[in-house]
Design a protein around this ligand. Structure first.
Ligand SMILES: N[C@@H](CCC(=O)N[C@@H](CS)C(=O)NCC(=O)O)C(=O)O
Length: 210
């Protein structure tokens, strides 16, 4: 059985929701950041990068959110979590997911964990300010993508990009860069997602608020 290592409300939330939507059997293991469990010797043996998410499969361990999301979408095609029959549409979905991981997530990391990039309070404050501006720009791009009454990131069909966007629209409020209502279509997307049964199940399991 597959096993997901996650931390509540972290980027692993997207993989958790995708697994729940996939209909697959899986188990979860919570990793406590408060206890710095992701740096424990035991966890580093599972993922030497010391990060979540990690998905343990019968073929081995997968890391990196876009990879796990793409894997779950392809491994359980009946759940229709991606356009698996159209290579271009699949690549386009991955482009969005890679933008989230490489650009949006990294900007948030400058806000949440500035010491990963530079030492000192002045550097932290400067990075927080600049990253905040960048995050605003990135969400403006996402807002434009959701225009024309698109209920989901890629149009009418739900894909794994949707729970992945949910992670970051939630972080907008957590980081004081929100409120998410600054971006009305992103806010509507978040409400739409939080109304889905699988999403509610996972939020309750992770014990994070809607
Ligand atoms: N590129 C990775 C980033 C993973 C990542 O940074 N995860 C964060 C949680 S959102 C983490 O594990 N942080 C723990 C730490 O930095 O110690 C992905 O997209 O999966």
């Amino acid at each position: 059985m597959m096993k997901l290592y996650y931390s509540p409300g972290a980027c692993s939330l997207a993989s958790h929701i995708a697994l729940e939507e996939s209909g697959a059997e899986y188990e979860t293991q919570r990793v406590s950041f408060k206890g710095n469990e992701q740096r424990s010797a035991q966890y580093l043996m599972i993922n030497p990068k010391g990060r979540v998410p990690v998905l343990v499969t019968d073929r081995g361990i997968l890391t990196e959110s876009p990879v796990i999301l793409g894997y779950v979408a392809q491994a359980f095609p009946q759940a229709k979590l991606a356009d698996n029959d159209d290579r271009f549409a699949f690549a386009d979905m991955q482009a969005f997911n890679v933008f989230l991981t490489s650009t949006v997530h990294v900007a948030f990391t400058h806000v949440f964990r500035p010491t990963r990039f530079a030492d000192g309070d002045d550097a932290a404050a400067a990075m927080r300010a600049k990253a905040g501006e960048s995050i605003d720009d990135y969400f403006s791009l996402i807002e434009a993508k959701l225009a024309d009454d698109r209920p989901y990131v890629h149009g009418d069909g739900y894909t794994v990009s949707d729970p992945y966007l949910l992670v970051f629209s939630r972080w907008l409020d957590r980081s004081n860069l929100g409120p998410v209502e600054k971006f009305p279509l992103v806010a509507a997307h978040r409400r739409r997602l939080e109304d889905r049964a699988a999403v509610r199940t996972v939020l309750e399991r992770e014990r994070v608020s809607v």
